[in-house]
Write a protein that binds this ligand. Structure first.
Ligand SMILES: Cc1cc2nc3c(=O)[nH]c(=O)nc-3n(C[C@H](O)[C@H](O)[C@H](O)COP(=O)(O)OP(=O)(O)OC[C@H]3O[C@@H](n4cnc5c(N)ncnc54)[C@H](O)[C@@H]3O)c2cc1C
Length: 443
């Protein structure tokens, strides 16, 4: 087990080397521990208690706000906890928290004819992704990824190791599906139900002029309630071709090529049919889509992000979105409209806020001098949308910039009770927020 203290050689690389967002906050842990297994994680928690340090955690390093960096904490970096064990009898895979959904889990399962709704971007760690919900490939059909977590192995605030599922330590199991960085423990392994891999994946990609936004959004909102759950429609405002373009990128998982082509036909029948700037339909794969996602969110840049769920109609959203989309002013910055349209009651778990449509904006830039400008812009424009919103998805938030509700009031209260019981001394760092009093407050 390696321990690097502040001031030691290698400290800065250990502090920031695995953080995806190049906007590295000036927060400095007292020490960074890199355990090799769950026993060493437990020893780390006991050491932190003995040294009176809070504990922060890192799995894949993809939190936009770098939640793993907390002043004067013991940062437990789980990079080496990346095992994958599959049981063909149950279809359950046991995955370490540093396993990456696209790069590690998807190919491992594909070799076995199985699939799991891992994140759209290949390098995101399962740890943060699953704890906060997990919006992944085929998510509209398979639900939130955390709905497929059947158990978690957890190191508690006392430094004990427990197995939590619906029967034992069920409070931790409940919290592990939605609490995100407020989870009162360290997950050392996730037990995930996998599914038979769909035979084919297709995409339908069309680009439109921003002037068509009103017609496009109106049509998509009309389409959404009846849209087959296997279809994932994402409208992205992107500047990658040089100027802002609306890219309607739709994927579908199906049993055959014919079925996929039939399911996607609905996108050729819209009011803008024939007016697209470009269109391509055909077979794709999670591996190919992951490459495209990684290009869309490149490494080596600074990111300011925010999001909101909304049930508002297209005509309310369109003027706000059109303004935001036209203001995108860097090569890589983009914003998405994701037609989610929840269709089933969520299981009893912490995760509890969603909406008809998911809106997220990613300002992507290189110059540190622009940090304040883009942070302010992304949070102000999202706040305009959030006035018509239902709350946020933790995955695209930064509560040091803008706060909003991420759990229902009832689930937040229940989580606070679990946290008070499981971690009364506040060993784990919990949510990073500018205003603790306004945590989970909507509006
Ligand atoms: C490029 C990019 C693409 C993304 N795409 C998607 C997407 O398609 N779908 C989606 O849902 N989200 C997506 N996200 C958001 C992402 O899922 C979250 O930021 C998530 O928190 C990242 O998990 P991580 O383990 O990589 O991050 P980390 O920064 O390592 O972890 C974030 C925090 O989660 C907590 N945590 C992590 N692991 C553990 C653990 N084992 N035990 C206890 N607490 C833990 C800690 O508080 C930690 O600080 C994306 C993010 C990026 C940067």
């Amino acid at each position: 087990m390696s321990l690097i203290r502040r001031g030691d050689d290698g400290y800065e690389a250990a502090r920031t080397g695995r953080i995806f967002n190049d906007r590295h906050p000036q927060r400095y842990p007292a020490a960074i521990l890199r355990p090799a297994d769950a026993d060493q994680v437990a020893a780390g928690v006991r050491r932190a208690r003995a040294e009176n340090l809070t504990v922060s955690v890192r799995s894949g390093g993809h939190s936009w706000a770098a939640w793993s960096l907390r002043d004067d904490a013991l940062l437990i970096d789980l990079e080496r906890l990346n095992r994958l064990d599959y049981d063909p009898a149950t279809g359950v895979v046991i995955a370490g928290p540093a396993v990456r959904g696209g790069l590690d889990l998807a190919p491992f399962l594909a070799e076995r004819g199985r699939a799991f709704p891992g994140g759209h971007c290949p390098e995101v760690g399962l740890g943060g992704y699953l704890l906060q919900g997990g919006q992944g490939w085929n998510g509209r059909r398979m639900g939130w990824a955390c709905e497929s977590v059947v158990a978690v192995d957890v190191v508690t605030a006392d430094g004990e190791q427990v197995h939590a599922d619906s029967e034992q330590h069920s409070d931790l199991y409940w919290a592990a599906r939605g609490a995100g960085p407020g989870f009162p423990g360290i997950v050392t392994a996730f037990h995930l139900q996998t599914y038979e891999a769909p035979a084919v994946m297709w995409h339908d990609t069309r680009t439109f002029h921003p002037d068509d936004a009103a017609v496009l959004l109106g049509w998509l909102h009309d389409l959404l309630p009846g849209l087959d759950r296997r279809i994932e429609p994402v409208l992205a405002a992107t500047r990658l071709p040089g100027e802002t373009t609306l890219l309607l990128h739709t994927t579908v998982m199906a049993g055959s090529d014919d079925e996929a082509a039939t399911l996607l036909r609905v996108f050729g029948d819209g009011p803008l049919a024939g007016k697209e700037l470009s269109r391509v339909t055909g077979p794709t794969s999670i591996a190919r889509e992951c490459v495209a996602q990684a290009e869309q969110s490149p490494e080596g840049y600074r990111y300011a992000v925010d999001c909101t769920w909304t049930d508002a109609p297209a005509d309310v959203l369109e003027p706000l979105l059109s303004r935001l989309w036209r203001e995108l002013d860097t090569e890589h910055s983009f914003a998405i409209w994701y037609g989610w349209a929840p269709d089933h009651e969520l299981p009893d778990m912490a995760f509890s806020v969603q909406g008809n449509v998911y809106l997220a904006t990613y300002a992507i830039y290189a110059d540190p001098a622009d940090d304040e400008k883009y942070r302010t812009w992304v949070h102000e424009r999202t706040a305009d949308l959030a006035r018509h919103g239902t709350g946020v998805y933790l995955g695209d938030t930064d509560f040091t910039g803008r706060q909003d509700r991420f759990l229902s009031d009832e689930h937040y209260r229940r989580l606070e009770e679990i946290r008070a019981h499981r971690d009364p001394a506040g060993v784990f760092a919990s949510y990073l927020t500018a205003d603790r009093e306004r945590l989970n407050v909507h509006g």
